[in-house]
Design a protein around this ligand. Structure first.
Ligand SMILES: O=C(O)C1=C[C@@H](OP(=O)(O)O)[C@@H](O)[C@H](O)C1
Ligand SMILES: C=C(OP(=O)(O)O)C(=O)O
Length: 442
């Protein structure tokens, strides 16, 4: 189904309905945390189900450079499993050179919080995309805690963390960001007293759920989380469930692809992550979930989705956006097939992801002849229930994995092929995406 010429990949229609069950690789957010928290811990943690993707490899490379011993092996299902021996109470070692965080915002932002308490100098950098993403949102609260960065107050990488003794803070975050919340809590573990982070809307809560598994107590409410230091994490055992953000591409494909019914198994059903199923339900799509177990405090189970011929537009309020932040590109494509207008309120955070996803959604939908526009920070999409995809369309992933998968669904679930520039970006979060979706259509 795939032909490549230079950096252009042709994506052909699946041609048959999607049917049956599949798994998706490990959750990216939980995998990063399993690697990073195990690196901070005293002793050897056992981790399994870890996502093998470029972003998680950035976290693995970073903790190795800082003195953790990582011996993870590829498993038959494609995941990584094994031991991670942390630097523990001795702290990270002085890295020999700059730490390259690649394309991964989670890696660099969590590392800033992890490194801030320790007496080392560590320069953090990343690829061209990561060097454009805002970092002051992380360094500002850490500086209030007493951390130092060089150049001080700089927005973009490379930035050098110059660690030192920290004191606790209570911080009202200007945006709902789990990366910001986590960076502050991780630094707070090494400050004497209670550090609290309040957020304007709930963001994903993996840090609050996972730290107690490493013996570090957290208190958490809907929009607040606290940790009391000093608190040294101890080795733990982590099983990473499947990634709902990856599952969302299969689920949305099934909703758009005539005759399809699929089940995605062993997916995290953390309520902070499955907001996209609620958005799809509000569009009239047939999606259901059933819990089958829990990995630590993270519930997992099955998501089932069916083709839905009559979708309708819906409105997603601002406080729900953090819960679907990585799924908005693919939800926007579903909305393009719905009757009526869909509105996503206050989606300005999309402008500072791997690319400006807001601009990319509007440009990509325009190629399909679908009207999408911004009013302030709200995104509007006027759906077309009988959307006919023109022949010969070419999309550009702009190096963004979520955009590569979103635009590939135009070809996969439609009647004509599309070509995608830089499709390989899928390797950032879901390297086996194309194989998995094609297997469901055999
Ligand atoms: O904490 C995390 O694991 C993540 C938080 C979100 O970013 P923000 O914190 O910038 O919203 C999300 O977009 C990213 O994919 C992963
Ligand atoms: C925004 C994302 O990741 P990160 O911020 O870690 O680069 C993403 O995976 O969509």
């Amino acid at each position: 189904m795939l032909m490549s010429a230079s950096d252009i990949t042709v994506i052909n229609p699946l041609g048959t309905p999607m049917r049956g069950s599949t798994h998706v690789p490990g959750d990216k957010s939980i995998s990063h945390r399993a690697v990073l928290f195990s690196a901070m811990a005293e002793g050897t943690s056992r981790v399994s189900g870890v996502l093998d993707s470029a972003d998680v490899r950035s976290s693995i490379g970073a903790v190795r450079a800082l003195g953790a011993e990582v011996s993870l092996e590829k498993q038959p299902d494609g995941s990584l499993a094994g031991g991670i021996t942390g630097w523990g109470a001795a702290g990270p070692s002085q890295p020999e050179g700059p730490i390259d965080c690649g394309n991964s915002g989670t890696t660099v932002r969590l590392l800033m919080g992890i490194l801030a308490p320790w007496p080392i100098r560590a320069t953090l950098t990343g690829d061209a995309s990561l060097q454009k993403r805002p970092m002051r949102r992380i360094t500002a609260p850490l500086m209030k805690m007493g951390a130092h960065f060089e150049p001080a107050g700089q927005e973009h990488l490379p930035i050098t963390v110059v660690g030192g003794g920290l004191h606790p803070i209570t911080y009202d975050a200007p945006m709902a960001s789990a990366q910001l919340k986590t960076a502050v809590l991780l630094a707070g573990m090494y400050a004497n007293g209670t550090t609290t982070l309040n957020e304007p809307a709930p963001s994903r809560n993996h840090t609050e759920l996972m730290l107690p598994e490493y013996g570090v107590a957290t208190t958490a409410g809907e929009r607040t989380a606290s940790v009391t230091g000093p608190a040294q994490p101890q080795a733990s055992e982590v099983l990473v469930p499947g990634d709902p953000s990856s599952a969302a591409f299969l689920v949305c494909a099934a909703v758009m692809c005539p005759g399809s019914t699929i089940q995605v198994e062993n997916v995290s059903l953390n309520t902070a992550r499955i907001g996209f199923t609620r958005t799809l339900e509000r569009m009239g799509a047939e999606v259901s979930m059933s819990r089958t177990g829990a990995a630590g405090k993270e519930p997992y189970g099955i998501i089932e989705a069916c083709y839905t011929p009559h979708l309708r537009g819906c409105e997603v309020p601002a406080e729900k956006i953090a819960g679907i932040i990585d799924e908005i590109p693919v939800l926007a494509l579903v909305a393009a097939h719905a009757h009526g207008v869909t509105v996503f309120r206050q989606v300005n955070e999309l402008r500072v992801k791997e690319t400006d996803r807001l601009a990319a959604i509007i440009d990509g939908l325009a190629k399909l002849g679908v009207d999408a526009w911004c009013e302030g920070d709200d995104l509007y999409i006027e759906g077309q229930p009988d959307l006919a995809v023109p022949e010969g369309l070419q999309f550009d992933s702009l190096g963004d994995h979520r955009l590569a998968m979103t635009w590939s669904l135009v070809g996969l679930t439609g009647k004509v092929p599309v070509s995608i520039k830089n499709f390989e970006a899928v390797g950032v979060s879901y390297p086996g995406f194309l194989t998995d979706i094609e297997r469901l259509a055999q």
